[in-house]
Design a protein around this ligand. Structure first.
Ligand code: HEM
Length: 506
């Protein structure tokens, strides 16, 4: 009986050993290939913490303390080092000198875009932010000229911002001195400016479609910044096809895409080439003009992706900066009072305009310091090398991901002494005129530098002055208890949640 059982089990045991042996051989092969690749990389790439197969350095990088981990690597390996997120190397650049040398002195070779897997799953390399080569050049040039106001109908971008700032004043008035979290209202108003530019239409702050658009945008950004978002970033090739929380992240983006496509279809039905109303109209006219040009990148996929890019890049960034700014002004009421003095001297009771900026250096200095201090995109957006490049004694192969760590530039003590201090005066000279610094790069630098800079600066100025012309911001929390450090130190910086109230000035 027992010898019978043994005879029956023998093939199963053999099968087990054969499978185990096969797995072992495969693992050895994978490790050998990986080690070969790694030793080849190591002779080329900047130094960095030793990576493990498959996971790279993920075990040494804490999601909620990503920047702290990177800072520790910087202390150990210097201002240029390599980190493996999964099996792919990423080169980190730290401090003004290093970032400038790459993005400005070698601007072409560092102008490629690194991976953004969640977005890639939905917009597949179309549009401005995630494209490369000729497509990127055409899309970027078009966005830049359109955002500079060419061919966008009768209302200038400035008027669109002024109008929205007045709507925000109305909404703030409705709070009647009660304390509130400004996140929602600021998000609505900044998003409406992009709606006005891209679709030619603003929405009321309780419009169902608008609210679901905002929900999807913040949902997608939150996912990208979450722990699972990082896991998806590392292992997207595998996870993309499996169920899990990342499918929700993908769904947020798919919903925004459908919303934008609907607006494109509506615009096409009512298009008048002689009287374009907004970004989509301008793009549609260019599509018609280029119909016979096979090299043209002006087609529906690039239109939808570019419009989505403007929403994602232009909504959270500016509203987060304003929200951070309001918090800083609550903590430093004397700075708020100085801006109000300048508003009274230069603007008085009329509507603030972009022209006022040149006459208001103090307010401009405060906005610069808010941007430097809030440091909202600390890791920068990933770049990639467009060809093999010799840089600082290393050879970085074509297609390598490169992170210009903007936080290390905005907080570079050689450029900004005592960087942890919120001090608008650092942007003023002895005569009270605005002082500019090459190292002030919240919008990054070089070929990929933010094309929305002009728009964002105008928004920050017009919103801040319009609000402080009408209200004084106050809080019941003592200033010592207002914490300006970011909520989480990951790829994006957000201010901690707070409530404020607004006291009408007139
Ligand atoms: C305070 C507000 C803003 C900040 C701090 C900011 C910052 C940045 C940064 C750091 C980048 C990455 C540049 C690089 O790859 O090195 C970027 C790219 C970009 N931003 Fe902004 N941005 C802001 C507002 C806007 C606005 C209002 C728009 C347009 C509506 C916009 C559109 C874009 C686009 C399209 C890109 C991609 C450029 C490319 O890949 O060529 N941004 N921005």
């Amino acid at each position: 009986m027992s010898s019978n059982t043994t005879l029956q089990e023998r093939p199963r045991v053999n099968m087990f050993f054969a499978t185990a042996l096969l797995i072992l051989v495969l693992l050895c092969l994978v490790c050998a290939t990986w080690l070969k690749g790694k030793s080849k990389d190591q002779t080329l790439l900047p130094p960095g913490p030793p990576p493990l197969p498959f996971i790279g350095n993920i075990h040494q990088v804490k999601h909620r303390e990503l920047l702290l981990s990177l800072q520790q690597f910087q202390e150990k390996y210097g201002p240029i080092f390599t980190v493996y997120f999964g099996s792919q190397p990423s080169v980190m650049l730290c401090g003004y000198d290093m970032v400038k040398e790459a993005l400005i002195d070698h601007k072409d070779v560092f102008s490629g875009r690194g991976r953004r897997p969640l977005v890639e799953s939905v917009i597949k390399g179309y549009g401005i932010i995630d494209s490369n080569g000729e497509r990127w050049k055409q899309m970027r040039r078009f966005a830049l000229t359109t955002l500079r106001n060419f061919g966008m109908g009768k209302r200038s971008i400035e008027q669109r911002i002024q109008e929205e700032a007045q709507f925000l004043v109305e909404e703030f008035s409705k709070t009647e001195g009660k304390s509130f979290d400004p996140t929602f209202l600021l998000g609505c108003s900044i998003s409406n400016i992009i709606c006005s530019i891209v679709f030619g239409k603003r929405f009321s702050y309780n419009d169902e479609h608008f609210l679901s658009l905002l929900k999807n945008i913040t949902g997608a950004l939150r996912f990208m910044n979450s722990g699972w978002g990082m896991i998806f970033y590392y292992f997207h090739r595998l996870l993309r096809h499996l169920p899990g929380p990342h499918q929700k992240g993908i769904r947020y983006l798919t919903d925004v895409k459908a919303f934008v496509q609907e607006r494109v279809d509506e615009s096409l039905d009512t298009l008048n080439a002689d009287s374009t109303r907004h970004f989509i109209d301008c793009f549609l006219v260019k599509m018609q003009q280029d119909q016979q040009n096979p090299a043209s990148e002006f087609h529906n996929k690039n239109l939808v992706a570019s419009s989505m890019n403007l929403f994602f890049a232009g909504t959270e960034t500016t509203s987060t900066t304003l929200r951070y700014g309001f918090l800083a002004l609550l903590k430093y009421p004397e700075i708020q009072a100085k801006i109000q003095d300048e508003i009274e001297r230069v603007i008085g009771d009329r509507c603030p305009s972009a022209e006022d900026r040149t006459k208001m250096p103090y307010t401009e200095a405060v906005i610069y310091e808010i941007q430097r201090f809030s440091d909202i995109i600390p890791t920068g957006v990933p770049h990639a090398t467009t060809e093999d490049v010799s840089f600082r004694g290393y050879t970085i192969p074509k297609g390598t991901e490169v992170f210009p760590l903007l936080t290390t530039v905005l907080n570079d003590p050689k450029q900004f002494p005592q960087p942890g201090l919120f001090s608008p005066d650092r942007f003023l000279d002895d005569k009270g005129a605005l002082k500019k610094y090459a190292a002030f790069m919240p919008f990054s630098a070089g070929r990929r530098m933010c094309p929305g800079e002009g728009l964002a600066r105008m928004e920050l100025f017009l919103f801040l002055t319009t609000i402080l012309q009408n209200f004084t911001l106050t809080t019941v929390v003592s200033r010592e208890d207002l914490d300006l450090s970011p909520e989480c130190s990951s790829a994006g910086h957000l201010p901690r949640c707070y409530k404020m109230s607004v006291v009408p000035r007139h």
